[in-house]
Design a protein around this ligand. Structure first.
Ligand code: ADP
Ligand code: ADP
Length: 237
């Protein structure tokens, strides 16, 4: 469960990106955050893993007041939360499998990353994650030889291999064509339904949000202006 209690986020330049946010997101939900550019969607998502710190209120994740976490505790907490970006953030000159492995063992020395010595356990985890998103056959292909949709699936596999409880996705399909977008959305849907992982996604394609998400959060000028099921959304949101 994720709880926002009177959350405010003001950036150092005094822009108030979030104000009076009071929401609860139970485990296993598929939430789409919609709204115009600059509404505060990205800020809302990024506060959940403390990429941004809130300036007022409380953000509680599974009973933990995350504002109280420090250094090492923040890193440990972040391991429970996967993050997917519009730009995939992969290392393009190495193989798909290696991308997943390297992020599984971040403490690995640079030398071992280059020589590619990974434990059997990590390899099984990585290959299983690739299978879960349907790109096991691309394991030994370099990332720069894949399409955008396939690259986003690699990013998803990389996150899944870490067994996250929550996946935050910031405009994951914004740079993909409509057909590929649907494939990626179907992966998120499967991950949510079959693995019970909470998915919170920013998305500016309202029709796709309504098709896939259980719950819609409409954001405008840093405030929640709609919170409800996809089927009750009206034009105005
Ligand atoms: P959205 O994701 O809906 O496009 P954002 O959360 O990115 O909205 O931005 C909300 C508001 O906060 C905007 O006015 C934006 O310019 C501002 N903002 C976002 N990030 C920063 C930052 N790092 N520093 C200052 N202002 C920011
Ligand atoms: P997106 O909407 O795809 O997240 P943006 O172009 O809004 O991308 O923002 C890109 C980066 O710049 C983000 O890290 C955001 O936090 C930061 N940013 C956005 N608006 C501002 C701003 N007014 N001042 C400083 N940084 C900003």
């Amino acid at each position: 469960m994720i709880e926002f209690k009177n959350v405010e986020k003001k950036y150092p330049n005094n822009v108030k990106a979030l104000e009076d946010i009071n929401i609860q997101i139970p485990k296993g939900e598929f939430v789409a955050v919609i709204g115009l550019s600059g509404a505060g969607k990205s800020t809302l998502i990024r506060c959940i893993n403390r990429m941004h710190d809130i300036t007022r209120g409380k953000l509680i994740v599974d009973g933990i007041d995350i504002g109280k976490l420090r250094g090492y505790e923040i890193r440990k907490f972040r391991q429970r939360i996967g993050m997917i970006f519009q730009s995939f953030n992969l290392v393009t000159r190495i193989s798909v499998l290696k991308n997943v492995l390297v992020s599984l063992v971040p403490e690995l020395s640079a030398w071992r990353k280059v020589t590619g010595i990974f434990s059997r356990e990590h390899k099984i985890k990585a290959l299983t994650a690739l299978e879960q998103v349907g790109i096991l056959d691309k394991a030994f292909v370099r990332v720069d030889q894949l399409s955008g949709g396939q690259q986003q699936r690699v990013a998803l596999a990389r996150t899944l291999a870490q067994n996250p409880e929550i996946i935050l996705a910031d405009e994951p399909i914004a740079s993909l064509d409509p057909v590929t977008s649907k494939q990626v959305m179907n992966d998120f849907k499967r991950i949510n339904e079959e693995m019970g992982i909470t998915v919170i996604m920013n998305i500016h394609h309202v029709e796709i949000a309504l098709e896939y998400a259980h719950r819609i959060l409409g954001v405008r000028d840093g405030r929640i202006v709609y919170d409800g099921s996809a089927k009750d959304v009206t034009e105005e949101v």
